[in-house]
Design a protein around this ligand. Structure first.
Ligand code: GLC
Length: 571
């Protein structure tokens, strides 16, 4: 397959897949009996096929004027473009949220480059909250994309991929080339009038752990940008192609692994402190799966990319099998584990990881509803971490790592266990909290992660956007609406806290920052997605047949794929 790079860029067969195979199928969503999306004027004004198209490339027809990147709507700076598009009154806190989000913007040599983690002047300790975190920027980026302002996202993607090229060291040890920073800072030299960047790859982080999620988020965001703007030239640049390949080579390299999941240290993701999430945490596995699928859509099938495309296809196949089989827990599965025999040897073993039934925690028997289920926190030899983690489960739905039945079951669980998982402020980062002896052993007596606080069962408003996206995807927007109503009662009044504490998430977190940017952006993204569900296409991937069938190398992976979508190609 010929692909011109640089100036004379041409559309590659692989890229057609981004618009064709993976469009969020709105007509399917609207046909679902459970859906109850308020039809906005924009829906009424154009045909369903127009709306469906708007989720894909180059928003045509009725949406042209509305979404032209950096177009007319920029004149409404400070105003959310989305609310200007619709006939209803936006919630009064939406305007405040946009103002707060824009206040958090960081500029580099005159160009907006990202948003700082928190704009909290009242806080004595800034720590690293004045930095741009890769994971924190994702909801900000989505808000800007949904508002027709893609330039900042493009700047961010290009600058962070340059940072990847830096040599990074912890003491005398050199990190892998593909590692992406957890965060970076713009340093302004007023005397010389120059801006420079300073990045942290884990060498300054508390605990000195490199963020495994940053690279995955970067790939996911690159696809969201491409999907939203129709601008394929960014993903096709040699810099972005190389960036993707470097990230992937870190996680697709061969080793001693017997599982297709990715082995990680504690604290390498959103939960960036010791919380017993070492091993194979669900958050990383779900993001890994999603990033692989996004990369598959964007990688060129040229000499360098081809090898990765093959590796990705077979890894996805193995990973989805492993996750769906061993991480999935519902009433039936719990009952089976409860009755497991142990010490089985050989291929006929049912209890493959030798999990001892006595290790099932008491709380789980009451928590598990008859209808519903979820991906548990971690699976490794003789260890199942049965805790529920929100981010991993929501990403599993969005990436279609979860089957449609599993996605429905996850949403059923949220409804059934509303008080525990949503309470008074959406959404619990994990459930339940660990306490007493277990807390001492698992966290190393971490005073920031005491029970029902911060990462240990705290409630994080940022997770609202992920919940909303999952609700829309599963055709249950009413759940998101309920959760958003709760958040709207408190967020502005409390100064957009980073997290809430307590079993019900009723108290502003002990050490929570105020004006935490991703709490603000997460709320805006949730609102915009409910108003216009076609935005979901940016962050949602449909299931493809490759998950169901093995990759048939003998058939020749690349034979005659011109005109095929990537998913057809690997099926
Ligand atoms: C905390 C969170 C982490 C986040 C950072 C900046 O360290 O645990 O997920 O990226 O704050 O907001």
């Amino acid at each position: 397959m010929e692909l011109a790079v640089g100036g004379g860029m041409r559309r590659s067969a692989s890229h057609t897949s981004l618009s064709e195979s993976d469009d969020f199928d709105l007509s399917r969503l609207l046909n679902k009996p459970r859906i109850n999306v308020d039809r906005q004027r924009s829906f009424d004004d154009c045909s369903l096929s127009d709306v469906s198209h708007s989720g894909g490339y180059g928003r045509g027809g009725a949406f042209d004027g509305m979404y032209s990147p950096g177009g007319g709507l920029r004149s409404l700076v400070g105003t959310p473009a989305s609310s200007a598009l619709h006939s209803f009154e936006p919630h009064p806190i939406v305007g405040d949220a946009w103002e707060a989000l824009r206040r958090s913007l960081v500029f580099f040599r005159g160009q907006p480059l990202g948003t700082i983690a928190a704009f909290d002047h009242a806080s004595e300790e800034v720590l690293n909250y004045d930095q741009v975190f890769v994971r924190d920027f994702v909801p900000s980026a989505l808000a800007f994309l949904m508002n027709g302002e893609p330039d900042i996202v493009k700047n961010f993607l290009l600058k962070t991929v340059l940072l990847q090229g830096w040599e990074k060291k912890v003491d005398r040890f050199k990190l892998g080339e593909g590692a992406m920073p957890a965060s970076f800072k713009v340093l302004h030299d007023a005397k010389k009038g120059v801006d420079t960047l300073h990045a942290d790859f884990g060498e300054s982080a508390i605990g000195r752990v490199a963020p495994v999620d940053s690279g995955f988020w970067w790939i996911i965001l690159l696809r969201a940008y491409t999907k939203s703007t129709g601008d394929m030239t960014l993903a096709e640049t040699p810099e972005c192609q190389k960036g993707m390949r470097l990230i992937l080579s870190l996680c697709l390299s061969e080793g001693f692994d017997t599982f297709p999941t990715l082995l990680c240290a504690d604290g390498c993701c959103m939960i960036d402190r010791r919380m017993g999430v070492y091993g194979y945490p669900i958050e990383i596995q779900a993001l890994f799966f999603m990033a692989l699928k996004c990369a598959l859509q964007m990688l060129k099938h040229d000499n360098e990319g081809k090898e990765f495309v093959e590796k990705i296809a077979s890894r996805l196949h193995a990973l989805s099998y492993h996750m769906r089989s061993y991480f999935w827990l519902d009433f039936q599965q719990l009952n089976d584990i409860y009755r497991y025999k142990t010490e089985e040897y050989s291929h006929t073993a049912v209890n493959k990881f030798n999990v001892i039934p006595d290790s099932i925690p008491d709380w789980l028997f009451d928590f598990m509803p008859c209808q519903g289920g979820f991906f548990i926190g971690n699976v490794s030899p003789a260890r199942m971490d049965f805790r529920w983690f929100a981010l991993g489960n929501m990403i599993a739905i969005l990436s279609s790592l979860a089957t449609p039945e599993q996605s429905t079951a996850i949403m059923d669980l949220i409804e059934e266990r509303w008080e525990e998982l949503i309470g008074e402020m959406p959404l619990k980062i994990c459930y339940p909290a660990i306490e007493n002896h277990e807390w001492r052993i698992v966290t190393g007596c971490d005073p920031k992660n005491t029970r029902w606080s911060y990462h240990n069962g705290g409630s994080w408003p940022v997770l609202l956007w992920l919940l909303t996206a999952a609700c829309i995807k599963t055709g249950r927007p009413q759940i998101a609406r309920r959760a958003i109503d709760l958040a709207e009662r408190r967020l502005l009044k409390d100064g957009w806290p980073e997290y809430y504490d307590g079993k019900l998430g009723r108290y502003v977190g002990k050490q929570a920052r105020k004006f935490q940017t991703w709490s603000i952006a997460g709320y805006l993204v949730a609102k915009m997605m409910l108003e216009d569900p076609s935005h979901l296409g940016m962050i949602s991937l449909e299931e493809d047949r490759a998950m169901l069938k093995p990759v048939l190398k003998s058939k020749g992976l690349f034979s005659g794929f011109l005109g095929c979508t990537t998913s057809q190609l690997i099926a």
